[in-house]
Design a protein around this ligand. Structure first.
Ligand code: GDL
Length: 493
């Protein structure tokens, strides 16, 4: 097989921690390993535009560089799945205008002292043993190197773990094939750019993909042993979107990969569910994990404007703070100037309290904000009895709290409609519309209950469009699988 003749050397080479003992590597913060380890020594923090769906615009990307820098982070990875030259047509060079935009971004990043990385994901149809494919990758790298770009990400996420027949004969495993390819790309980058770097996203990039047996994964052990030790490896945690990422789990990942992983942080991503947007602080991560990782790169919401708090909060975490309430408050304040009202001659913005109300509605993947969770508890309590005592102070207080909350959401909705920044408005408009409708409907129902209607009387539902509930294929499937309160279901339950 062409080009694979040097594969055995790669396989046979020792893990090569450049003189580092694994314990040192795993127990010291990356910044403290700086200098002693060749190549990439910086703790990476920043953003990867790495989601499925409509990508950000060029203008938004330049603005994102400001957000990253202002949040105290150091890197932006250009990797939208939407750019077909990253994945499906990874062999094709960028045309002049595309290359021009990338050059501009690279320059804008340099001006802000940020690392600018470009992703290539040859994983869909690459033949690892085909010399022509390696040459195609080098041509892609050369074009980007010519633009002054020296940092790259090679992504092998979300593909089948099978090899082309030609590769089956050439490599002992899928992981070995990827290592061979990535090492060759890295060597090529280093030849042209001595300070160049490569990050690698493995196909098994989270615990769930290996049945939560990281140590037992042949794939990950091979990556650890054979991938050049100077190539960083992405890891999303125990799951694709991880509720928590424990220090223990990262120690294990570090031992297997023989390097600290770089967290590809999907906490705020929303491409997997069009009905949500995640605007709260980063949660479920303690700063004790920082010494066990080589970086944290957030893959946030598709909606650029909805990603401000996520970027800010990721910066706070990377900077050593895991106090969610504090990082949320600081981020909201920094976000406020974007909420300027369009009314003539005014410089008024929404208040921080209004912005908090908005962000609490669309907070984190596993929770609403603290105030919203409290109101939901109240609503559940009010509706938990078949015939509640609607005259009890307890019931009336709860009812009043929800009326008040509905009014605040209506007011927020109206004020959001007047925002000068229309992208910001549209980032939330469908979600906020729905929140307003639902809370309005809930309160109408409570108002009706407060009049103590006779048992069995039907709620008149005056304010609701007929068939308001979601319909269609996805809903029909969801209804087939009746879930418990945690969204889980089992056979025969
Ligand atoms: C993924 C994809 C990513 C996507 C994210 C959230 C990785 C490594 N890859 O599986 O492109 O945005 O989940 O849906 O996370």
């Amino acid at each position: 097989m062409a080009n694979v003749h040097d594969y055995p050397m790669v396989a046979a080479s020792p893990p090569g921690l450049s003189g580092w003992s694994l314990d040192v590597l795993l127990d010291q913060p990356a910044s403290r390993t700086g200098g002693a380890r060749k190549g990439r020594t910086m703790f990476l923090s920043g953003v990867i535009e790495g989601f499925y769906g409509r990508a950000w615009t060029h203008r938004q990307r330049v603005e994102m560089l400001d957000w990253i820098a202002n949040a105290g982070m150091n890197s932006y990875v250009y990797g939208p799945k939407d750019d077909i030259k990253i994945r499906a047509r990874w062999r094709e060079l960028y045309c002049e205008s595309e290359a021009g935009e990338l050059r501009e971004l690279a320059e804008a990043a340099r001006a802000r002292k940020l690392n600018f990385m470009v992703a290539i994901a040859p994983c869909l149809d690459v033949v690892y043993s085909d010399e022509g494919d390696l040459e195609a990758l080098k041509r892609r790298l050369d074009q980007l190197l010519d633009l002054g770009i020296t940092h790259f990400a090679l992504l092998f996420d979300d593909v089948a773990r099978t090899m082309m027949p030609a590769d089956e004969n050439a490599f002992p495993s899928f992981a070995a094939a990827q290592c061979y390819f990535a090492n060759a790309a890295f060597a090529h980058v280093r030849k042209r750019a001595p300070a160049g770097t490569v990050l690698f996203c493995p196909t098994e990039y989270c615990g769930a993909f290996v049945g939560h047996d990281v140590a037992g994964s042949e794939y990950l052990n091979t990556i650890g042993a054979e991938l050049d030790p100077e190539i960083g490896v992405f890891w999303t945690g125990p799951d694709i979107v991880s509720k928590t990422i424990s220090a223990e789990s990262l120690r294990e990942v570090g031992r297997v990969l023989r390097r600290k992983p770089v967290i590809w942080e999907n906490f705020h991503a929303n491409d997997y569910d069009i009905r949500r947007v995640n605007v709260g602080p980063l949660g479920g991560r303690h700063v004790e994990i920082l010494p066990l990782i080589d970086g944290i790169i957030a893959n946030p919401n598709n909606e650029f404007e909805a990603s401000f708090v996520p970027v800010h909060a990721t910066g706070a975490f990377a900077g050593g703070s895991d106090d969610e309430a504090v990082s949320f408050a600081v981020a909201l304040k920094a976000w406020q100037p974007r909420f300027r009202l369009a009314l003539t001659g005014q410089t008024e913005t929404l208040t921080v309290e209004e912005i908090r109300l908005l962000a609490e509605l669309f907070y984190q993947p596993f929770h609403c904000g603290p105030e919203v969770e409290g109101l939901l508890r109240t609503a559940r309590r009010l509706l938990s009895e078949r015939r509640p005592d609607v005259r009890s102070p307890h019931w009336q207080e709860g009812h009043e709290a929800l009326v008040n909350y509905r009014d605040r959401i209506r007011e927020l909705f109206n004020r959001m409609s007047e925002l000068e920044n229309r992208d910001l408005f549209y980032a939330f408009h469908p979600y906020l519309w729905e929140a307003r409708e639902e809370v309005t409907h809930l309160v109408s129902y409570l108002d009706w209950l407060a009049g103590d209607p006779p048992a069995g009387e039907e709620f008149p539902s005056k304010d609701r469009i007929y068939n308001f509930y979601r319909q269609g294929f996805a809903v029909a499937i969801q209804e087939l699988l009746p879930r418990d309160a945690n969204g889980r279901y089992r056979h025969g339950a």
